[in-house]
Design a protein. Structure first.
Length: 339
């Protein structure tokens, strides 16, 4: 056998050949040695940037762009923050074997945690308002996450309070992520969303618009874009009242304000009515062929208001917003059927 000790190479482009150890490998041979496919975490981020031409038709000099975050494997923008928070918790040892990831959520971050728990092998317990859409409940069940339902009247704040109670009562059992206070949340967008927008617009972005929930998307993206261009305008979006139907967004004046929120970053804050978001969700479906979630529709409502102001002032603008998720978690909502 010593006579045949040199390596053999099985080429996918021909018969078995004897490989000369001194010969440089071809590009095809190098590709053959690379694993096929991609890991789940490798599919998070680098989402498409969509252009909505019909929505801004007639507004001279205006370009409206939106990040299609439902293309992340968990179906929302929250995959980014969840991945960063999990990686940091594993690195510092707070999320280790036999510990359960715990957090409060209105849906999308919980789904992202549940997906990562299933993929990486750790249990997940979520506290969540019981009035979230049926689709979200089914997705969490499919991923195998445990959920403790909280009062719908208390919204996400009630879920936060319950998660804190659980974490305090049994700290040895839980790794409490606390997405509303976790700096890895906004850093995910500083490291990924901001640079992606800058690259995809070739640095032409003039306005960035995003909704406020945990505020991580807004805070992290604005901080990075402002480093790249201090003149970028930052517009935050929130519901117009404490009682609203914009799942995932907070009315900051009356809600528990996330510790990571920095109100100094916003040049303007726009309040959006639930009915306006519903109408925009249907308009995007019928005019742009895009099915988006309710908070995404609210972000487009705000972006269009900015677009009209800029066009009326005779200014050109490249407005970029984030579409946190698609409509697949909201198709049971009755507004789709209303005229």
């Amino acid at each position: 056998m010593a006579l045949f000790a040199h390596k053999y190479r099985r080429s996918t482009h021909g018969p078995i050949e004897v490989a000369d150890p001194g010969r440089e490998r071809t590009r095809y041979e190098q590709l053959d040695e690379q694993p096929s496919g991609s890991l789940l975490l490798e599919r998070i981020g680098n989402t498409p940037l969509l252009r909505f031409d019909r929505i801004v038709q007639g507004l001279n000099g205006i370009t409206l762009l939106a990040k299609a975050e439902w293309t992340n494997p968990g179906g929302s923008v929250k995959d980014r923050a969840a991945m960063f928070m999990v990686r940091e918790a594993q690195a510092n040892g707070s999320l280790r074997p036999r510990k359960t990831l715990l957090d409060a959520t209105s849906g999308n971050t919980g789904i992202a945690f549940a997906m990562l728990g299933a993929a990486l092998g750790f249990p997940v317990l979520l506290t969540m308002p019981s009035n979230v859409s049926p689709e979200r409940k089914r997705i969490l069940q499919a991923f195998g996450a445990a959920v403790e339902w909280t009062s719908p009247d208390e919204g996400s704040d009630g879920a936060i309070r319950r998660a804190r109670e659980l974490a305090t009562a049994d700290p040895s059992r839980f790794c409490y992520m606390d997405q509303y206070s976790n700096n890895a949340n906004w850093r995910a967008h500083y490291e990924t969303t901001g640079p992606e927008i800058w690259r995809q617009t070739s640095g032409r972005v003039t306005h960035f618009v995003a909704g406020l929930g945990t505020s991580g998307t807004f805070v992290g993206t604005v901080r990075r874009l402002r480093e790249l261009n201090p003149l970028v305008q930052a517009i935050s979006v929130q519901p117009d009242s404490p009682f609203h139907g914009l799942e995932g967004l907070k009315h900051m004046q009356t809600a528990m304000v996330p510790a990571i929120y920095d109100p100094r970053l916003a040049d303007r804050n726009l309040e959006v009515e639930t009915e306006a978001a519903y109408a925009m969700a249907k308009r995007l479906a019928r005019e742009e062929g895009v099915l988006v979630g309710i908070s995404a529709a609210a972000a487009v409502v705000a972006s269009l208001r900015i677009a009209k102001q800029e066009a009326a002032a005779g200014r050109s603008a490249t407005i970029v917003t984030v579409l946190p998720d698609s409509a697949d978690k909201y198709l049971s909502e009755r507004f789709w059927e209303e005229s």
